[in-house]
Design a protein around this ligand. Structure first.
Ligand SMILES: Nc1nc2c(ncn2[C@@H]2O[C@H](COP(=O)(O)OP(=O)(O)OP(=O)(O)O)[C@@H](O)[C@H]2O)c(=O)[nH]1
Ligand SMILES: [Mg+2]
Length: 371
């Protein structure tokens, strides 16, 4: 899961390590400079001015910026501060050290289908935390990179997160959840999985088939219901989805069922008739939650659709399916930031147990894990 993205993130760490390794390799000069430069010790401006005075030195500096590998043996004044910092066990990351790695990181994120505004937000916060206060005292560049990336990623991924199970526990029963999204992304399968997930936590559920549109939809969900031993409320094809889900709620009330899981037909946010059905479900049933389902493998398309659905018929959260087949991770990173609504579950396979509560912290740790 998300292996491509994981590789690319570790590329960023390597890039920054490479572009700062000059300073790390320069301890002897560092000491020499620190001694001879004692007078200007705490004054970066003076050190820089000294550099500007000598045209030759300035030239060396430019070369240094273009190719960090060549600066190892140079002792121009501009490295004075960094070298001194190294001697005292500090690593200073300069803007220029980050320029190329950050550019590469941006390309990597975009290639991984991370949405543009999300990639920019990640870059801004990585830049800020690496050049900001935390640059003062860190053990290694790798650790600095890791903590900057960790915080930047968690900040965008965790937007809107809430405690799903807590909300189910506290809500008045029955809790009604409606699932929506385009065709074939895994809505019906996710309902079956969630029914099992809820059962594992002590909550009973009934399935209500609001997909009265597609031929064979009743048979398909019936199969899941039978396999799982759940009750299913369904009407004939062509019936009113709002009426089916309403019946599901009534059934749950009469039978003390905790949760109603309402399926709907796949639709595009632009299909007016079908979107009007969703509005009717909202009006008639007033569900506690509407969850948008899409497939992680759809990348940017999934992100765009989440936004479009949320605009057309407010969603409360998202389920990203087929994460098991997704290497890019872009949708998982972007959906919450773009919609302001959290990803609540990841679908990770075709079995009923292949559903995982989405945990931003855990996801980021696995993305940054070096193993
Ligand atoms: N690998 C993998 N396959 C999945 C996952 N979730 C669903 N699928 C598969 O995706 C296919 C479509 O799933 P459905 O649940 O029928 O999708 P749907 O959104 O209800 O489709 P429509 O009702 O036609 O709009 C099925 O073959 C599922 O087994 C998942 O997390 N991982
Ligand atoms: Mg379906």
């Amino acid at each position: 899961m998300f292996d491509g993205l994981k590789d690319k993130l570790s590329g960023f760490r390597e890039d920054v390590e490479e572009s700062t390794e000059v300073e790390e390799e320069a301890p002897p000069e560092a000491e020499a400079n620190a001694e001879s430069g004692a007078v200007v010790e705490d004054d970066a401006a003076t050190a820089d001015a000294a550099a500007a005075e000598t045209a030759e030195t300035a030239e060396v500096e430019e070369t240094a910026a273009a190719d960090p590998d060549e600066t190892g043996s140079d002792d121009e004044p501009s490295t004075f501060q960094r070298a001194k910092a190294f001697a005292t066990g500090r690593i200073i990351i300069e803007e220029e050290d980050l320029e190329e790695p950050l550019w590469n990181l941006e390309m990597a994120l975009l290639e991984s289908d991370v949405e543009m505004s999300v990639a920019e937000q990640i870059l801004d916060s990585v830049r800020e935390s690496m050049l900001g206060e935390s640059r003062k005292q860190v053990e290694t560049t790798g650790e600095l990179v890791e903590s900057a990336l960790h915080d930047a990623l968690v900040d965008v991924i965790a937007v809107g997160q809430f405690d799903f199970e807590g909300r189910i526990a506290e809500a008045e029963k029955p809790v009604t959840i409606v699932f929506t999204g385009v065709n074939g992304v895994g809505k019906t399968t996710s309902i079956a999985k969630l029914s099992e997930w809820l059962a594992d936590r002590g909550y009973s559920s009934v399935l209500a088939n609001g997909d009265t549109y597609r031929a064979g939809a009743n048979e398909q969900i019936r199969e899941h219901a039978d396999r799982l031993g759940r009750d299913l409320i369904s009407h004939d094809q062509g019936g009113d989805p709002a009426a089916v889900i309403y019946d599901g709620v009534e059934y749950a009330e009469a039978n003390d069922v905790d949760v109603v899981l309402g399926d709907t037909a796949g639709r595009l946010h632009t299909s007016d008739d079908l979107m009007a059905q969703l509005e009717k479900i909202d009006r008639v049933v007033d569900p506690d939650m509407t969850l948008f389902v899409d497939e992680a493998v759809a990348g940017q398309d999934a992100v765009n659709r989440a936004k479009e659905f949320d605009d057309a018929a407010a969603i409360d959260g998202a389920i990203l399916t087929k994460a098991d087949a997704d290497s890019s991770g872009g949708a998982a990173i972007s959906v919450a930031y773009v919609t302001g609504k959290p990803i609540l579950f990841l679908g990770t396979g075709q079995g009923y147990d292949d559903i995982t509560l989405f945990d931003p912290e855990e996801l980021v740790e696995s993305l940054l894990d070096e193993e």
